[in-house]
Design a protein around this ligand. Structure first.
Ligand code: GSN
Length: 222
């Protein structure tokens, strides 16, 4: 059994970036999927969920929650968080922006007015987020410090998600497209993108229903 254990749904959600980062760091992990409310209540009763929320990651004898804290720990441990505090703050700024954008996509299955929200996401992606990365990638191989970091991993994850929703969205962002090409040649990433890997598909009805049942959510967000 692997030393790192992930507790989450059998779907992307907030855990998917953690799966990506562990993959790039070449860390093996096992997954424990929440399928029933009883399993969630057991984690609660065992005192494993500090804020009664997942993702939960068991690593180095700790039970970690809070996605960003987990990502930062893994990034630090596997040298994917820059060489100094100035690199780190830039990595964190890029990463926060990417997580804001991915969060909007993540919430779609739990929302009403999906069409309106999709339009808003596409506009924000094209006008607010992608231009930042396109500009930086004009004369850089990686986003920060000439070295692969958490921010690059999230940029790849985010842009692949965007392309699933809006095919061709990178048409005007050629530097990001080249970046994607370089990143997908990294062997661990290339394997992760193959069928049968631990990468999760886009959310379907079963995933959405399971999440809503486990957390007793009755109505979708307006
Ligand atoms: O980023 C984080 O890990 C936390 N700031 C939020 C985690 C969170 O919202 N987890 C959800 C499931 S994942 N989807 O959004 C959760 O556990 N919700 C249950 C609840 O009662 O809040």
């Amino acid at each position: 059994m692997a030393e790192v254990k992930l507790h989450y749904f059998n779907g992307r959600g907030k855990m998917e970036s953690i799966r990506w980062l562990l993959t790039v760091a070449q860390v093996e992990f096992d997954e424990f999927f929440l399928t029933t409310r009883e399993q969630y209540l057991k984690l609660l009763n065992d005192g494993d969920l500090m804020f009664q929320q997942v993702p939960l990651v068991e690593i180095d004898g700790m039970k970690l929650v809070q996605t960003k804290a987990i990502l930062n720990y893994i990034a630090e441990k596997y040298s994917l968080h820059g060489k100094d505090i100035k690199d780190r703050v830039m990595i964190n700024m890029y990463s926060e922006g990417l997580m804001d954008l991915m969060e909007m996509i993540m919430m779609l299955p739990f929302s009403t007015d999906v069409k309106g929200k999709l339009h808003n996401i596409e506009t924000k992606a094209k006008e607010r987020y992608l231009p930042v990365f396109e500009k930086q990638m004009c004369d850089h191989i990686y986003l920060v410090g000439g070295k692969l970091s958490l921010a690059d991993v999230l940029l790849l994850e985010c842009t692949l998600m965007l392309e699933e929703k809006f095919p061709g969205i990178l048409g005007d962002f050629r530097n990001i497209k080249s970046f994607q090409g370089r990143m997908t040649q990294i062997p661990a990433i290339s394997r992760f993108l193959q069928p049968g890997s631990k990468r999760k598909p886009q959310p379907d009805e079963t995933y959405t229903k399971t999440v809503m049942e486990v957390f007793k959510v009755d109505v979708k967000f307006p």
